[in-house]
Write a protein that binds this ligand. Structure first.
Ligand SMILES: NC(=O)c1ccc[n+]([C@@H]2O[C@H](COP(=O)([O-])OP(=O)(O)OC[C@H]3O[C@@H](n4cnc5c(N)ncnc54)[C@H](O)[C@@H]3O)[C@@H](O)[C@H]2O)c1
Length: 278
């Protein structure tokens, strides 16, 4: 299995762009960091799907840097481009429908509950846990609403950028569980943007199309042998409509922009070379 490198991860590209702006960074990942610590960077091993692990990581970040201004939820895994239900090689509707377990049917692929819980746990629960434990540090900062109506000035307590996917907008980008996890994360982003606006918290979404990273290998999937034989061919015509692949720096640039874009809250920015309009 190919190992990840500095150049081909959205998280690493984002950290590099923030570092160029002089930001203090804490990188949270389930894998050991490949990047050396500096006086402005720490790396913490964290399983974002485990709330206790998230609590410990957030505590360590606040102990190190004093507070948190920006949360970027980038960690994620993909699926095998699979349907959520069992697939039978022969449709039961073409048979006598008497017994779907008959020898005329064969289970070809299935999404297990283990797949469901793992992908939702990392792609949806993880960002939710981080938001849950980081937002109190945003809100603890001084500052309150000034003025009223159009003259209102909101405090600037913190910014969240959630990496969703083009799969948060459409059904033809990925498998059922990944697609559902990114729709859920977009829903959480929209809701938080609405609910926490007056607290001075901005929450925005970046929706990448295909990006040249090792996400399949990092998700434990060998793309040469393990893509779903039923689901992947169904999605391929839609994949072919993306004019070109993006690179991690494209995603990172949008994350950094949204992190600093005062007044922008609840935005959903696609980074897909126009794929979603194809
Ligand atoms: N690559 C694409 O084509 C693509 C497209 C759309 C959206 N995205 C999204 O972009 C984000 C970044 O993906 P990437 O392409 O850079 O992939 P990547 O595999 O290079 O990076 C994902 C990182 O998440 C980490 N991770 C996995 N499970 C974790 C866990 N339980 N706790 C903490 N860290 C964990 C991995 O170790 C890895 O470093 C993901 O949310 C992904 O869904 C990627």
């Amino acid at each position: 299995m190919a190992s990840p490198t500095f150049e081909n991860k959205a998280s690493a590209a984002t950290a590099a762009q923030f570092a160029a702006l002089g930001a203090k960074i804490a990188g949270l990942d389930i894998r050991d960091s490949e990047i050396p610590s500096t006086d402005k960077r720490i790396d913490i091993k964290c399983d974002v799907s485990d709330e206790d692990s998230v609590i410990a990581a957030v505590k360590a970040v606040v102990e190190k840097w004093g507070t948190i201004d920006v949360l970027c939820n980038i960690a994620g895994i993909t699926d095998k481009f699979r349907k959520y239900h069992y697939y039978f090689r022969y449709s039961v509707y073409e048979e006598d429908q008497a017994d779907i377990k008959s020898s005329k049917t064969e289970r070809v692929t299935e999404t297990t509950n283990a797949d469901l819980n793992r992908i939702m746990g990392i792609n949806f629960n993880g960002p939710l846990f981080l938001m849950r434990h980081v937002i109190p540090h945003f809100l603890a900062k001084p500052g309150s609403i000034q003025g009223q109506g159009y003259n209102t000035v909101l405090p600037k307590k913190g910014a969240i950028v959630n990496i969703c996917s083009a799969a948060a907008l459409r059904g033809s980008a990925a498998g059922a569980i990944y697609t559902s996890s990114k729709h859920a994360l977009l829903g959480l982003t929209r809701n938080t943007a609405c609910m926490d606006a007056k607290e001075g918290v901005r929450t925005n979404a970046v929706l990448p199309g295909g990006v040249a990273t090792n996400i399949l290998n990092n998700s434990g999937i060998d793309p040469s042998t393990q893509l779903d034989p039923i689901g992947f061919p169904i999605l391929q015509p839609a994949h072919a409509l993306q004019p070109a692949v993006c690179v991690p720096d494209d995603v990172a640039r949008t994350i950094v922009f949204l992190a600093g874009a005062d007044g922008v809250n609840g935005a959903e920015v696609t980074v897909d070379q126009g794929w979603c309009q194809a």
